[in-house]
Design a protein around this ligand. Structure first.
Ligand code: CP
Length: 343
C-alpha cells in the first residue's frame, strides 16, 4: 500500500527555500506561482493514495476540522469531508440551515463560537464576497475558502489546474505549467467566483485566458485582469486548447440577465459543432453542477477522452487533502513559518 505523501522526502519548497507562508487559503490571488505548483505537487501524491483500496491515514489524527457551509454544495462539502476523514481528522459539518444562524446569530459570532470549540481548521462557504477573509481575521486556526460570493473559490481553481495538467501529461505533454496554452472560459462570468479564481490560477501558470459571455454577464473592467474579452462564442473558441464552461448562477441573479435559457444555449451553449471550432482534441471542463442542455450538451459533457468533468471531481478530494495537510502543519508542529526548508 502506498503511504500518504512523505513530505520530508518529496516536498521541497520549489523556489525561495521558505516554508509555506500562508496560514489561510482565501484566494488564488494571494498565492505565488511556486506556491500553486507546490500544492499541485502535494495533491498529485494524494491522487495515487486515493486510488488504493485502503485509503486511510492518521496524518491529521487528533485534529478537528469544521466545515461551515452557508450555501448549498455537493462536490466541495463532500470532498472536504472525505479529505479530512481520509487524513484521520475529526470532521464536523455545520449546515447553516440547521444552525443558530437561522435564529439571527451573526457571521462573526458564529466564527467566534467555532473558534471557541478549538477547531484546528475551518472550511467556509458563504454567499457574501469577502466573508471567509473576515472570519480568518477572527479565529486562531487556518481558514479555507470553499467559495465566497462572487469573490473566489481557490480550491476549485487548484483542482482544475491539477485535472488539466494530469490530462496534458496523459496526452504525452511533459508540462509543469500551462505556458503556451489558450483557455476559453464561457458562461456567467459576472457571478462566478470559479471564473475569477481560474483566471488568476491559469495566468499564474502561464496560460492565455479568453472569457466569453453576453454583455449582461460580463463584469465591467474585466480587461484589467488581462484576459481576452469575447461576446461571440465562435470567436472565443477559435483554436482554444481548453474550453471551460460555467453555469448560469440563477441564485445570484437579481433580475433578467438573459432572454431565456433556450436563447442562451443558441448563442453560448457548447455543442459538438461548436467544440469543432476549438483546437483538435481540445479539452472540455466544467466545475459542476451542470445544467445539461443549457451551457453544455450531454454529447460534449460526456465526451470520452476529452471531457475532464469526472476527473475534476476526483482531483478535488486530492487537492483538499493537500490543502488541509499543508495548512495544518504548524498545528502538528512539523513546519515553521519563517526561513528554513520545508519539513
Ligand atoms: N464546483 C462546486 O463548487 O460544486 P458544489 O457547489 O457542488 O460544491
Amino acid at each position: 500500500m502506498t503511504s500518504p505523501p512523505n513530505t520530508s522526502a518529496s516536498a521541497r519548497f520549489p523556489a525561495g527555500g521558505r516554508a509555506f507562508p500562508h496560514r489561510d487559503l482565501i484566494a488564488i490571488g494571494d498565492l505565488e506561482r511556486h506556491e500553486i505548483l507546490y500544492l499541485l505537487a502535494e495533491a498529485e501524491q494524494y491522487v495515487a493514495f486515493n486510488r488504493q483500496a485502503s485509503k486511510h491515514s492518521d496524518r491529521l489524527a487528533g485534529l478537528t476540522i469544521i466545515n461551515a457551509f452557508f450555501e448549498n454544495s455537493t462536490r466541495t462539502l463532500l470532498s472536504f469531508e472525505i479529505a479530512g476523514k481520509r487524513l484521520g481528522a475529526d470532521v464536523v459539518n455545520m449546515h447553516a440551515a440547521q444552525s443558530s444562524v437561522k435564529k439571527g446569530e451573526t457571521l462573526i459570532d458564529t466564527a467566534v463560537t467555532l473558534n471557541a470549540m478549538r477547531a484546528d481548521a475551518i472550511v467556509i462557504r458563504h454567499g457574501s464576497s469577502g466573508a471567509t477573509g473576515l472570519i480568518a481575521g477572527k479565529v486562531d486556526c487556518p481558514v479555507l475558502n470553499a467559495g465566497d460570493g462572487q469573490h473566489e473559490h481557490p480550491t476549485q481553481a487548484l483542482l482544475d489546474a491539477l485535472a488539466l495538467r494530469t490530462k496534458l501529461r496523459e496526452n504525452g505533454r511533459d508540462v509543469e505549467d500551462f505556458t503556451g496554452l489558450t483557455v476559453t472560459i464561457c458562461g456567467d462570468i459576472l457571478h462566478s467566483r470559479v471564473a475569477r479564481s481560474n483566471i488568476l490560477c491559469l495566468q499564474a501558470l502561464g496560460a492565455t485566458v479568453r472569457v466569453c459571455a453576453p454583455p449582461s454577464l460580463m463584469p465591467h473592467g474585466i480587461e484589467r485582469m488581462e484576459v481576452e474579452v469575447h461576446h461571440r462564442f465562435g470567436e472565443a473558441l477559435n483554436g482554444a486548447d481548453v474550453v471551460m464552461m460555467l453555469r448560469l448562477q440563477n441564485e445570484r441573479m437579481d433580475g433578467q440577465f438573459i432572454p431565456s435559457p433556450r436563447e442562451y444555449r443558441h448563442l453560448y451553449g457548447l455543442t459538438t459543432d461548436r467544440l469543432a471550432l476549438a483546437a483538435e482534441d481540445a479539452i472540455v471542463m466544467h466545475p459542476g453542477p451542470m445544467n445539461r442542455g443549457v451551457e453544455i450538451d450531454s454529447d460534449v459533457a460526456d465526451l470520452a477522452g476529452r471531457s475532464l468533468i469526472t476527473s475534476q471531481v476526483e482531483m478535488g478530494v486530492a487537492i483538499r487533502m493537500a490543502c488541509l495537510d499543508v495548512l495544518t502543519r504548524k498545528a502538528r508542529g512539523i513546519a515553521g513559518w519563517g526561513e528554513g526548508e520545508w519539513v
